[in-house]
Design a protein around this ligand. Structure first.
Ligand code: ZN
Length: 657
């Protein structure tokens, strides 16, 4: 376990609260300590109120922040006297507790304090750090967990038996801390949950965390329970995309909405999935209550969704026989699927959710295997898992979540996405909640966006082998393909028919026409499996209706592409695929139109640049973003009953009208 404290780096953080920010980030940088919003930290400070009187405050991590990126506003200040009084109450429901925490911060704009705030308050140290360290969880999730913990830490930690996070846990910790604390105490281990460390300075508390977790790691190593044996892994090199997309469609059918299904066939995942004892070790339960909400209780083995739903119903019926309305609480959607062929699959309403589940499960696989080597992995009893899964605070969060965005759980592929209209389309679809695969011949495509729902791939649209790879990667990464935007194209310089170079002509047809036919053919089987029906938009041109001299190759290709769209609309309607065309004109904020070119064209017509840009009936400028927004909307519910439409976006052109 690496101690990441750096004097030079620390020097740029001034004061107690800033240093709290710094060491919280250090914890956050180590994914074996905290993952995706897990863990929390605090510092106790005295500040003057508006009357100039001193008041003791607990600055504790607020909800919605993760330690890696936390900053001062991520620590709501809560009144210490109130927290300590709350800790004395014989009972307090979790919603009541949250209410007290929210109403006793001194900053009206602060986020909701962590549900572990009272626990932080009762520990009599200035700094308190809490993580769900993998090594500690691996050790405690074994039949002899308690004996291991005692052997590792001796009397340096207070040990708390498992109890669900919330008020009761805080009370139990207060009692046990008072009873077990001694001169050597450095921290507190919460069985099947995590670990606390504390100190008088930010550095002391942080370094104690590193020391304690390192001891757990060293213990695992000593007991040959650290290195995970590498198995001979067989990974399928065959095409999986149609099977994966079909499976995703079945998931969507069962739950009623599309989802992102991420699959991984790498060594780390496959060696776990190919273990002969997978059926027993993977079906014990999650490693810590912190993971339950994301990963659900158990992964699905194989692809039998009905059996999983039935198993879930049994689980629910057994543990909540009196539930009034189980339908509102029951969620039979597996979040993790372990399949011999597809590998580690994770499900989410967004690509980010699916990615988070994947990250968590990768740690879970390591924890399970290390615990197994130490004497057997043993998760919490089903009752405890159920209590977290159906915790009223989590249910309240689910109820509060608003409507998902338009393309939540859906996947779009956009060609020619590195610049101009294609690039704007990437933004338009991301904004509407889609997962986006952008392809382009320009290598800039790979770094166009840093977003969990974006995947950029370099691809020449005329290269059929590269196309196969792109489609395979698209589906393995996001689960399927719902929408296709055929935007890539070239606009060669003016050439009259008399001088038309045949080689040039063929090149334009290859990119602007033939390549689109290839993509339509290759995507058709995937679009057919789109849970809400497939949608295609082709980027036509004003030139289809109103061609210009010197643009024969371009105009002929766009006209043929439009005709192709009309025929596809007829042939694919029975597959629930809609296909429409946009005919933009005079979109000047693209790469082709440099300031010089614009100035030259304007001069040619005897106009100013502004006049030239707005030479249409409505006298408006048309931007890439305008075209992109319409492209996205064409795939949305507003146009659900429209196919084979050709829509001009040109500000009104007398020749088109
Ligand atoms: Zn915790």
């Amino acid at each position: 376990m690496q101690n990441r404290w750096d004097d030079q780096e620390a020097a740029s953080f001034e004061g107690d609260l800033q240093l709290r920010v710094y060491t919280s980030r250090l914890l956050g940088r180590d994914t074996t300590l905290v993952l995706h919003g897990g863990g929390n930290t605090s510092v106790k400070l005295t500040a003057r109120d508006i009357f100039g009187e001193p008041q003791d405050l607990l600055y504790v991590k607020g909800s919605g922040w993760d330690l890696e990126h936390i900053d001062v506003p991520g620590f709501p200040p809560v009144r210490m006297d109130h927290l300590l009084r709350l800790a004395q109450l014989p009972a307090l429901s979790d919603p009541q507790m949250v209410n007290e925490l929210k109403t006793h911060t001194i900053d009206a704009g602060a986020p909701t304090p962590s549900v572990e705030a009272i626990l932080h308050a009762i520990l009599p140290y200035k700094y308190v750090d809490h993580t769900h360290a993998d090594a500690v969880i691996a050790v405690t999730n074994t039949p002899d967990g308690l004996a291991h913990v005692k052997r590792i830490f001796g009397d340096t930690v207070v040990i708390i038996p498992y109890i669900m996070p919330g008020f009761d846990l805080a009370r139990l910790c207060a009692q046990e801390f008072a009873r077990q604390r001694n001169a050597n105490t450095l921290g507190m281990v919460l069985m099947n949950h995590g670990i606390f460390s504390f100190g008088e300075t930010a550095r002391e508390s942080y370094e104690r965390m590193i020391t304690l977790v390192s001891r757990a790691e060293a213990y695992l190593k000593q007991h040959q329970a650290w290195d995970i044996p590498a198995l001979q892994v067989n990974t399928a090199s065959t095409t999986l995309r149609h099977d994966i997309a079909d499976f995703r469609r079945r998931i969507a059918k069962q739950i009623g909405y599309p989802v992102i299904l991420q699959t991984c066939q790498d060594n780390h995942a496959m060696q776990f999935i190919q273990r002969p004892d997978l059926a027993s070790i993977s079906q014990q339960g999650p490693a810590t209550p912190d993971h339950v909400i994301r990963t659900k209780r158990l992964p699905l083995l194989g692809r039998d969704l009905q059996a999983y739903a039935a198993q879930y119903q049994d689980y629910f019926d057994t543990l909540a026989p009196q539930a009034k309305d189980p339908k509102t609480m029951l969620d039979p959607l597996p979040r993790v699927i372990l399949d011999a062929e597809f590998g580690l699959c994770t499900v989410g309403r967004t690509a980010k959710d699916a990615q988070i589940v994947q990250d968590i499960y990768r740690h879970t696989m390591d924890i399970i295997q290390r615990a197994d080597m130490l004497g057997g992995y043993q998760a919490l009893p089903a009752r405890d898992i159920f209590d977290v899964e159906y915790w009223d605070l989590e249910q309240a969060k689910l109820r509060k979540a608003g409507n998902p965005p338009m393309f939540s759980g859906e996947v779009v592929l956009i060609t020619g996405a590195a610049s101009g209209i294609g690039k704007a389309c990437v933004d338009a679809f991301l904004q509407r909640g889609a997962a986006v695969v952008g392809i382009d011949i320009d290598p800039a495509i790979t770094t166009l966006k840093s977003h969990p729902a974006y995947h950029g791939l370099v691809c020449d649209v005329t290269d059929v082998t590269a196309m196969e790879t792109v489609l395979e990667q698209t589906v393995r990464r996001f689960g399927g393909l719902d929408m296709l935007v055929l935007n890539a194209g070239i606009f060669p310089g003016g050439q009259h028919i008399a001088e038309l170079d045949l080689e040039e002509w063929h090149k334009v047809q290859a990119i602007n026409l033939n390549a689109n036919l290839n993509w339509m053919q290759a995507c058709h089987p995937l679009l057919k499996l789109a849970p809400k029906g497939g949608r295609v938009v082709i980027m036509g041109s004003k030139n289809v209706a109103a061609p210009g001299q010197g643009a024969a190759a371009y105009s002929a290709a766009k006209a043929a592409l439009t005709q192709l769209m009309r025929i596809a609309a007829m042939e694919w309607a029975s597959d629930h695929i809609r296909i429409n065309a946009l005919h933009p004109d005079a979109v000047f904020d693209t790469g082709i139109w440099s300031d010089d070119v614009l100035a030259a064209r304007a001069q040619h017509y005897g106009m100013s640049v502004e006049e030239y840009k707005q030479r249409n009936l409505l006298k408006v400028s048309i931007t890439s973003a305008d075209v992109a927004a319409l492209t996205a909307e064409l795939c949305g519910p507003l146009f659900a009953k429209t196919t084979a439409a050709q829509i001009p976006i040109d500000g009104g052109d007398i020749r088109v009208i």
